[in-house]
Design a protein around this ligand. Structure first.
Ligand code: BGC
Length: 332
C-alpha cells in the first residue's frame, strides 16, 4: 500500500514539474540554443572599405550595400579609417584581403598606390570593385560610381550659367591626393577655361572635414578678398564654406556650389545660402556594387564602367524633388 502511495505521489511530482517547465519555457520565451530551421548560411562574404567610416556620405553607400546584401543573402562587412588617412586605408584593404572574403569593394586610392595595392588583392584571386573613386590603372574588375571628371565639368558649367561679370573662384577640395577630387577640380577648370571672366584664384584642402573646410575658407577670404565664388568638391566642403560666409554676413555676395545631397546641404539650398550642388547617388553605388560583385563571382561578363547618375541641383529644382530618396534622406 505504502509503495503504491509513494508511486502515485512520485508520478504527481514529475507531472507538475513537467507542467512547470513547459509553461516557464513558453512564458519566458526561452528558445533552444540551436539554429532555427529557417536559418541559411550566407552565400558570399563581401567587405566594403570606405574613405572614412563615419562620414554621412559613406553611411549612404553602406546603406545601399546592406540592403542589397540582405536581399541576396550576402554577409557584408563595412570598414575603413576613422578619419581619412591613406596609410590606414591601405592597411584596411590588406586586412580585408587577409580575411579571404569572396569580394572586396573599396574606394579607389590615390593614383600612385592604387594599382599596387589593388593588384596585390586580385592576385590572391579576390575580385575587387572600385566604388565612388576609380583606379583605372589597376586590375579592379569594374567601377561603380560618379564620373568624377564629368561631375566637375558640370559644376563649372553651372557656375558659368548662374553668374555674370567677373568671377574669382576659391576651391575647397577634399584631399589633394584623392583621385576623385583631382578629377572634379580638373573637370571644373576645363569647363571654365574658355571663359575670360571666370578664374580660379586659390585652392586648399579640407581633409574631407567641415571644420577644416571652414578654416580654409576663412584663410582664403583673408588672403584673397576678391573671391566672389566658392566651389566645394567633397560632401562637407560647401557646408563649411557657407558656415564662414554666414558668420561674416557674406552669403548674399558670394556664389557657392558644392557636392552631394546630404540633408544639411539640401537645407542650405532651400534657405538660399548655397546656390547649387552636384548630386551623386551613394545609395545606388553601394547597392549596385553588391549586385555586380555577385554577377562577377557567378561568372557573368560585366562591363567595366557603371556610372551612377550625376546632376546639378538648384533651389528651383527642390519642389519637384519633394520625395524620399532611396537612401532614406528626406529632401526638405
Ligand atoms: C566623395 C567621397 C568623399 C566624401 C567626403 C564625396 O563627395 O564622393 O569620395 O569621401 O565626399 O565627405
Amino acid at each position: 500500500m505504502a509503495r503504491w502511495i509513494y508511486g502515485v505521489g512520485g508520478f504527481l511530482v514529475i507531472l507538475s514539474f513537467s507542467f512547470f517547465l513547459f509553461y516557464s519555457v513558453r512564458a519566458f520565451n526561452i528558445t533552444p540554443d540551436r539554429p532555427s530551421a529557417s536559418y541559411t548560411a550566407p552565400d558570399y562574404r563581401f567587405v566594403l572599405v570606405t574613405e572614412e567610416v563615419d562620414n554621412d556620405y559613406w553611411r549612404l553607400v553602406e546603406k545601399g550595400a546592406r540592403e542589397a546584401a540582405t536581399k541576396y543573402n550576402v554577409s557584408l562587412e563595412y570598414t575603413g579609417p576613422k578619419q581619412a588617412n591613406l596609410e590606414e586605408h591601405i592597411k584596411t584593404i590588406e586586412m580585408a584581403a587577409a580575411s579571404k572574403p569572396d569580394g572586396i569593394m573599396a574606394q579607389g586610392l590615390n593614383q600612385d598606390v592604387s594599382a599596387t595595392i589593388i593588384n596585390r588583392v586580385t592576385e590572391k584571386g579576390i575580385p575587387f570593385l572600385t566604388v565612388d573613386t576609380d583606379a583605372p590603372d589597376s586590375k579592379r574588375v569594374a567601377y561603380v560610381g560618379t564620373d568624377n571628371y564629368y561631375a566637375g565639368f558640370l559644376a563649372g558649367q553651372a557656375l558659368l550659367k548662374d553668374t555674370n561679370d567677373e568671377v574669382k573662384v576659391g576651391i575647397i577640395t577634399g584631399r589633394f591626393d584623392s583621385a576623385n577630387q583631382k578629377l572634379r577640380v580638373e573637370g571644373f577648370k576645363d569647363a571654365i577655361k574658355y571663359s575670360d571672366r571666370v578664374d580660379v584664384v586659390a585652392i586648399d584642402a579640407s581633409q574631407i572635414t567641415r571644420i577644416q573646410a571652414a578654416e580654409k575658407t576663412y584663410e582664403m577670404i583673408k588672403a584673397h578678398p576678391e573671391i566672389n565664388a566658392f566651389y566645394g568638391t567633397s560632401a562637407l566642403d560647401a557646408i563649411g564654406i557657407v558656415q564662414v560666409l554666414e558668420s561674416i554676413g557674406m552669403t548674399d555676395q558670394v556664389y557657392v556650389i558644392g557636392f552631394d545631397v546630404l540633408p544639411e546641404t539640401m537645407q542650405l539650398l532651400k534657405d538660399g545660402k548655397l546656390e547649387a550642388t552636384v548630386e551623386q547617388k551613394p545609395y545606388e553605388m553601394g547597392y549596385n556594387a553588391v549586385e555586380l560583385m555577385i554577377q562577377i563571382i557567378e561568372g557573368e561578363d560585366v562591363s567595366t564602367y557603371h556610372h551612377t547618375v550625376t546632376e546639378v541641383l538648384r533651389k528651383k529644382d527642390l519642389k519637384q524633388l519633394e520625395r524620399t530618396t532611396p537612401g532614406g534622406i528626406k529632401l526638405p
